[in-house]
Design a protein around this ligand. Sequence first.
Ligand SMILES: [Zn+2]
Length: 418
Amino acid sequence: MTTVSQAPGVEPDGARLLARLAALADIGRTGSGACCRLALTDDDRRGRDLVVGWMRELGLQVSIDPIGNVFGLRPGRRADLAPVMTGSHIDTVRTGGAYDGNYGVLAGLEVVAALNDAGVSTERPLVVAFFTNEEGARFAPDMLGSLVYAGGLALDEALATRAIDGAVLGEELARIGYAGSAPLGGIRPAAFVELHVEQGPVLDLEGITIGAVENLQGISWQQVDIVGQSNHAGTTPMRMRHDAGYAAAAVAHFVRALTREMGGDQVGTVGKVDLTPNLINVIAARASLTVDLRNTDEALLQRAETRLAAFLDELAATEGVSISTQRLARFEPVRFDPGIAARIAAHAEALGYTHRRMTSGAGHDAQMLARICPTAMIFVPSVGGISHNPAEHTQPADLVAGLRVLFATLLQLANEGA
Ligand SMILES: [Zn+2]
């Protein structure tokens, strides 16, 4: 496998990336040191303006689509070939850190800067993108910009979305000057690579520098409501009971047994149980509990859901209670492109970094891009696994390591298939 030798001697500048990260983190800085650039606020506009200014300085052709996604294109030698795209988001949660999203976008800019400095061109065009409202902290759903871009949500519906503060997304987009006119989905990449901080503890705990992310776990959240009959705990014979509390415990026991039986990546949690009337000497009339099921394989996740449903039917019959369920959230797992994940691992190896294959536990723009082109992600460690918190931190050496792996991966992809 070819590596950075495709552009011998060309190195991205880690110090320049760190300086841009610090400059962007200063916008929307709160008194407590957090970054607060909620999507389509004035602070988001200031952050966007700064990054777009950098794009123009680097000679990128900037285009903005109608949902406010921004694309900076560096032409390749072959205009007839689809570009290779990298990027992420620059909106933050209310108490965000400096790296979530911003790192992937600004590392993309540094890849372009290094190629510009060295006078190196690629066969395919390179695109650095940032997508609107990834965090979902002001408008639901999260990953909205990339979802619309990938065709998963109608533009009209997205523009009509109301913020938690009552504002309408389309109006806010126009107000801050980012309701663009570039055709939606007009730039269709040959491949997408997103560099991101892990936001979880795995790499930090294991002392590994690079995660080649090959999939993203699916999530199924349900609420289970059980109705039985309250009665005296002392006088009601066991055979005459319709005990919602017992039924809730049986569900929790079943979920654990199911995960043990299915094995693999199946995890399951009953994290919340409420009993009514919740008294020591009264058989519970009602129980309300949540079931969180996750798997990296959609068929297995569906099997877990089906098994749970069958168990609930059986339990309702044997205990003489009624059971209803309500879906709270459901996201299908995403399998990234194994070829790109393999390239990421190979470049990490060639550059002398420890690395492992891994699953993303969080959602990212890359999962939407995976609907339209081969996609994978690169993770670097989050110290203590902390994110969505001003204490979010990644060691500078790890930020630079991720940048170098991104550089090598993009360079290879941008010269392939020509
Ligand atoms: Zn993010």
